[in-house]
Write a new protein. Structure first.
Length: 155
């Protein structure tokens, strides 16, 4: 199987959104997805673009995986790259597609001359943890994530 990694286009956001929904189901939180395909198009390709995305595509032009990321900033390290989500369709895992996507993001981070690349992984996601360890990642169990949610529909 030949896999091609490329930067996503607005036309890819339907498939990317389906992958996001698959990831939410895998992470046992499908009801938490409030984003939409239209919002992905606006946020990734609109006037105030805030993310980039790579897709993994086979010879039949089917999108089998994606990696969505954006530039961040650390007061200690300066420019960073944050890998928000990274997924390969379950039927296509263990074929090296994840490695190709991850390597593309690492290469992009180096091209942008960031000083650090960050992401999160759930503590029970053993396959992902093992993947990151195999790629020499530092997994930090010390930091606790903080988060606020805003529901503008109820205001």
């Amino acid at each position: 199987m030949n896999i091609h990694i490329r930067i996503a286009t607005p036309e890819d956001m339907k498939a990317v959104f389906e992958l996001i929904q698959e990831l939410a189901l895998y992470e046992k939180a499908p009801e938490e997805v409030v984003n939409t395909e239209a919002q992905l198009i606006e946020d990734g390709f609109g006037k105030d673009k805030i993310f980039d995305c790579f897709v993994a595509e086979n010879d039949k032009n089917e999108i089998l995986g994606m990696a969505l990321f954006f530039t961040g900033y650390s007061t200690w390290k300066g420019k960073t790259l944050y890998l928000e989500d990274f997924l390969v369709k379950e039927a296509y895992r263990k074929h090296g597609i994840g490695k190709l996507l991850f390597d593309a993001v690492v290469e992009e981070a180096q091209k942008r001359k960031v000083n650090r690349m960050d992401w999160q992984v759930l503590d029970w996601n053993t396959p992902a943890i093992n993947f990151y360890k195999k790629n020499n990642a530092v997994l930090d169990g010390e930091w606790i994530n903080g988060r606020l949610f805003f529901d503008y529909n109820s205001i």
